[in-house]
Structures are given as C-alpha cells and as structure tokens.
Design a binder for this molecule. Structure first.
Ligand code: 0O2
Length: 226
C-alpha cells in the first residue's frame, strides 16, 4: 500500500516530528543507562533498539484496520509510528524500567499494557507503554506518541521467532505450531524466573561471604531452585 502523493508529503513532515519524539525517549533511556552503569550496583538494561515506521508499513497498517490512507489518519489513529524496545535481564527489571519512565513528569502515559503479568493467548509477553512526548519547535510545541516495549531477552527471542513464523504463514499459523509456541513461551517464563533466582542466590551468597558460592550445584541444592 502507498500514500497518495499529497498525503505522502504531509506524512513526511509528520515523520520529522515523530523522529524528534523518538530521539527524546532514546535520550531518556541513555540517561538511565549512564546512571545504572556509573552510579548503581547493577545495570538491568541489556540493550535497546528503536525504529520509525516507514510510509509503506504505516499505509499497510491503516489499510489493514480499514482506514483511508491519509497523513491525518496516521497521526490520529496509529500510536506506534515511533517505537523503542528495551531489553532487560530479568522480568522484575521490566517493571522497574517501566516505573522509571512513567514517573518522568514531563511525559504523559497514554496507555499501558502489562502482557508480562497477563500474557496474550499467543504466549506473547512484554510491557507496553504509549508515552506522549512533548517536543518544542521554533514557534510551537507538539506532543507525539512513542510506543515503548519492555521485555526480557528470553521474551524478545520468543517474540521475534513468533513474528517471523506469523509473517511466513501470512498471519494464519497452523494450530500445532501456535500450541508449540504457547508451550515455548511458558517454558521461557519459567526459565526467566529460575535464572533470576540463581542470580539472587549468588548475589546473596557474595554479600554474606557464604562458602557455598564456590559450588554452583550446591547453591541450587541449598536453595532448592528447581
Ligand atoms: P508491528 O508490525 O509489530 O509494528 P490491541 O488493538 O490493543 O489489542 P495492538 O494495537 O496491536 O492491539 O497493540 P498491542 O497489543 O499493544 O501490540 C502492539 C505491538 O506489540 C504489535 O505491533 C507487535 O509489535 C507487538 N505484539 C503484540 N502482540 C504480539 C504477539 O502476539 N506476537 C508478537 N510477536 N508481537 C506482538 P503490531 O500492531 O502487530 O505491528
């Protein structure tokens, strides 16, 4: 799908604003990272990525949702033109990072979806925030939505596989594959939890100078992680 010529020019102008809002959120994530790395005991952010939707995928999404392909519709209807994905180590970190963004007083939380506590039927787990980000131009200010997805590495691994599979089957995935993916998602959530517990135990043992730290198998047995 493509935007008609006049609409495309208008969309390009809007995309400049979305790019500014995206850069604004990236800067906030970079500041959190600098704080974690330099002043905190632990950095929960493994990495982050970002993207601005291109005009074709904006047009496709509007069309899929039954809307006319206009720049106004893109601006008024879509909230994921600008997106940032933050990948954390453990699921607790996901909530921690979400709170840090939510309490920044100059951005407004337009919506919030916790698919970590309540996964989607597909098995999808992630924390979604739509943040209204202010940008100050030469003669006016605007507020643009940026979608922030926060998830663990394991959740991200699952989501990219599921996305690829869904794309290959043009969104009509055979039932046995979707059931298998739901099972993988559950196992991944269990692994996330177990690995978090191992890390907590090791941290505690270090803190208390416990000799059991030298024997990782003994750590698991001692604390009955499995
Ligand atoms: P794309 O192509 O990824 O950019 P809703 O109408 O509120 O039920 P909506 O608007 O899709 O649903 O919002 P939601 O649920 O917050 O999902 C937004 C984005 O999260 C999706 O973008 C995906 O990127 C991701 N996502 C949501 N559900 C799944 C899932 O089951 N599997 C995977 N792999 N990703 C998911 P879009 O809209 O799909 O577009």
């Amino acid at each position: 799908m493509l935007f008609p010529q006049g609409e495309f020019i208008k969309l390009k102008e809007y995309l400049v604003l979305y790019e500014c809002a995206l850069e604004n959120i990236i800067t906030r994530v970079e500041i959190l990272l600098k704080d974690f790395v330099n002043f905190q005991a632990y950095n929960p952010i493994e990495h982050y990525k970002f993207r601005l939707k291109n005009s074709e995928s904006i047009a496709d999404k509007l069309h899929r949702q039954g809307h006319d392909i206009t720049a106004e519709n893109a601006r008024n209807i879509l909230t994921d033109i600008a997106g940032v994905r933050i990948i954390c180590s453990y699921s607790r970190d996901v909530f921690h990072i979400a709170e840090m963004l939510k309490r920044q007083t100059d951005i407004k939380v337009r919506s919030e979806k916790d698919y970590v506590t309540k996964p989607k039927p597909s098995g999808y787990r992630s924390y979604h925030l739509i943040l209204d980000v202010p940008i100050f131009l030469t003669d006016k200010s605007e507020s643009l939505p940026v979608e922030v997805q926060i998830r663990t590495q394991a959740m991200d691994f699952w989501a990219s596989l599921e996305h690829k599979v869904k794309y290959k089957y043009e969104r009509r995935m055979p039932e046995h594959i979707s059931l298998d993916l739901v099972d993988c998602a559950e196992k991944i959530a269990e692994l996330d939890e177990r690995m978090y517990l191992i890390q907590e135990i090791v941290d505690m043992a270090y803190l208390h100078k416990d000799p059991v730290i030298k024997d990782p198998i003994a750590i698991e047995r001692a604390f009955d992680v499995r």
